[in-house]
Structure formats: C-alpha cells, structure tokens
Design a protein around this ligand. Structure first.
Ligand code: NAD
Ligand code: 89Y
Length: 344
C-alpha cells in the first residue's frame, strides 16, 4: 500500500456496534468506505448516507460479486461469521471479524484455516486490549518498571443495562463469558501470557436473562504466574463503573493498578506515581462508552499499520483461538466443577 492508494473496504452488518467501526474508518485516511451491507435495507442505506459509501447492499454475495475490495470488516453477530468469511476468502478479500469469532471452537478453527488457505489476512476485532488505559498499563509493564509479573487481577463488574442496546444478549444460554469475559480473558493473556490451567465458577443472578451473568476464573500461566479474571453484570454499585476494566498487576519490583476513574497508579522500586489515563471524548464518542469507542479506532489503525508493515496483527485469528480456548475452558470448568488444562 502506498500513501496514495487507499484500501478499499466494505463493512457487513450496520447495527449497534458497527457505528463505531464506521466512525473509525471515516477518520482513517488510508481507508475508503466503498460499500456497506446489511440484510436490513434501512440500516444499510442509513450507513451509506451517513458515511458517504458509494453503494449499499442487502446481500453480501451480491456485494462481493460487484465490488473490487481489499478487505471487509464483518460486524454481524457470530452465527453469520463463517459464511461471510468463506465468501471473502473465496475472492481473496482480507478480513476483520468481530468477536466472538464463531459459536464453536471448530467453526473458529475453520475460519482461521479458510483464511490461511486463501492467503488472506485475518484480524479478530478484539478491541479491549487496545483501550488506551489498558495500553498505558501494558506500556508500563513492557518498560520493566515492575519487573516480571507474577499476579494479575483483571476485573469488570457492572450493573449496566447492556440488553437494551444488544437484546440478543438476554436470550443466549451462554452470556457473560462469551460476550464480555472473552475480552477480559484476552486482556489477561496480553499481560500474563498463555494459560496452563483454568478453573471457573459462574452464577446466574438476573432472572430476566437466559445465561450466566457472573463468572470468576482462576488461571495458572506458563512460567508460574497466576491470574484472577472476574466479570459481572449483576453488580449494583454507584457510581456505575461501566465499561471500565480494572487491573492489578504485581511484579517483583512493584505493582500496576488501573483503578476506577481511569487512574493509573504505579508502584515501582518503592516510588508511587499516579496519572489520569481517561481518553478524551472524540467528536463521535460519548461517555461512558468513549473508552470502548476509542479502542475501535485504535484497533482499526493497528490493522492498517500492520498491513503496511506486512506484519501479523496482534489479534490475528491464530492469536484469538487461544483467547477463545480460554472461554471454552471456563464453560467446561464451570459445568464440570474441575480444573481444565489448556493445550500448549
Ligand atoms: P446488531 O444485531 O445490532 O447488528 C448486527 C447487524 O448485522 C444487524 O443489523 C443485522 O441485520 C446484520 N446482519 C446479520 N447477518 C447479516 C448478513 N448475513 N448479511 C448482512 N447483514 C447481516 O449487533 P451488534 O450489537 O452490533 O453486534 C455485532 C457484533 O459486534 C457481535 O459479534 C457483538 O459481539 C460485537 N460487539 C462487540 C463489541 C466490542 O467492544 N468489541 C461491543 C458490542 C458488540
Ligand atoms: O458486547 C459486549 C462487548 O463486546 O463489550 C461490551 C458489550 O457491548 C456488552 O457486554
């Protein structure tokens, strides 16, 4: 890619969360929104009008046949990902897919294999590790200020009503681990590395939804580190902290704490510093979602940067299989009451 040639992108699925993808692509100069597609014609048309796409489609196959694309950004829910990835790969079109990649590990593996066989790039839209407060904590860790980490707590506890914006979350038999826990487990992996064993307990507190809404996992990592990853949508507390992920990372020389209110406190060799790492709101972001919205932009920029460098994105399909395996291990552990050993 030269600076003059823009990457030709189409977005499939113009629903609730895709608005953040569209705003982000619109602010990345290296990318042109060529087409949008949603099986709901009104949503596709609205996205076309708002973001200046040349054409809107209701049928992805028709769009792939008609358009010359460099990549597609798939922002539909997981049941449709495999079929859409297969269409893209068959035409040599590179792919970004929203999390969770698919409803089963086997389908996730098929998505990864299909892209590899076709020689197309694949990135999973796993944006939480790209939140600027989490990037700030990861930077402190990479600088060696606390030394090698031996403990991490990654915590997301909220009572925010996510069901009004995403009604499908209320009817799924599996809820918090596959929807939200997947992000927090991924953040934990990005800090502590791969897992060896995992034990999880889930709870179903809200009687109005079908799935588990609290999940507490204990992980032993390769190299001996230990993590607690706790997620809840049944936590009633004011001020409501949604959608903040809190971190406590302990190492041989100190501790990194990402505290409520976006305060990053670092204890390093007996010295304490604290800074505010809350992202500014952009013209299209609103509190309290701003930290998630901005992470979409950070992730999409990462896609363009890694493409330019010819490097694999951090959250490649292969990388994401490991995060997905943690989610499946957590369900398996919660159902069996046993510790699950992860494949190395
Ligand atoms: P949504 O239902 O609001 O939007 C999905 C859209 O896709 C709908 O408009 C639907 O008509 C369209 N669609 C479905 N199948 C299609 C197909 N085959 N062809 C064309 N259009 C199709 O859902 P949402 O809440 O926006 O969630 C979408 C995805 O984003 C989910 O996987 C969800 O987990 C994920 N999500 C991620 C984050 C994050 O922070 N990464 C946050 C929220 C949602
Ligand atoms: O779908 C979820 C996600 O990925 O981030 C937060 C969310 O929107 C609700 O749990």
């Amino acid at each position: 890619m030269t600076t003059e040639t823009k990457l030709r992108m189409a977005l499939i699925g113009c629903g609730f969360f895709a608005q953040n993808h569209l705003h982000s692509w619109a602010s990345i100069p290296e990318v042109e929104i060529v087409a949008v597609c949603d099986r709901d014609a009104a949503k596709a048309e609205a996205a076309k009008q708002s973001f200046g796409a040349a054409r809107a489609y209701t049928d992805a196959a028709e769009m792939f046949a008609a358009e010359k694309l460099d990549f597609v950004d798939i922002a539909t829910t997981m049941q449709t990902h495999l079929a859409l990835v297969e269409m893209a790969a068959a035409r040599g079109v590179h792919v970004i897919v929203q999390k969770p990649l698919a409803p089963s590990f086997a389908d996730c593996q098929t998505i990864v294999d299909t892209c590899a066989k076709a020689g197309v790039r694949l990135m999973v839209h796993e944006n939480f590790r790209f939140q600027s407060p989490i990037l700030a904590a990861r930077r402190v860790l990479a600088e060696g200020r606390i030394g090698r980490p031996h403990y991490c707590q990654a915590s997301f506890r909220s009572g925010y009503d996510v069901f009004s914006g995403q009604p499908y979350l209320a009817t799924e038999k599996r809820f918090i681990l596959i929807d939200l826990g997947i992000h927090i487990l991924d953040v934990c992996r990005s800090i502590m590395g791969e897992a060896e064993t995992l034990y999880c307990q889930t709870q179903h507190i809200n009687p109005k939804i079908a799935g588990e809404d609290v999940a507490t996992s204990l992980i032993r990592h390769v190299g001996g580190g230990v993590s607690v990853v706790d997620c809840s949508y049944a936590s009633r507390r004011l001020p409501e902290p949604f959608p903040q992920t809190l971190l406590r990372i302990e190492g041989e020389h100190g501790t990194i704490e990402l505290l409520e209110g976006y305060r990053l406190r670092v204890t390093s060799h007996g010295e304490v510093t604290e800074e505010n790492v809350e992202p500014e709101t952009l013209s299209w972001t609103q509190k309290p979602w701003h930290v998630l919205q901005e992470s979409v932009l950070n992730l999409q920029r990462h896609w363009v940067d890694s493409w330019r460098k010819g490097a694999a994105p951090e959250t490649s399909g292969t990388d994401n299989l490991r995060t997905y395996a943690l989610v499946m291990a957590a369900y398996q552990s919660a159902e069996s009451g046993s510790i699950v050993t992860l494949a190395s």
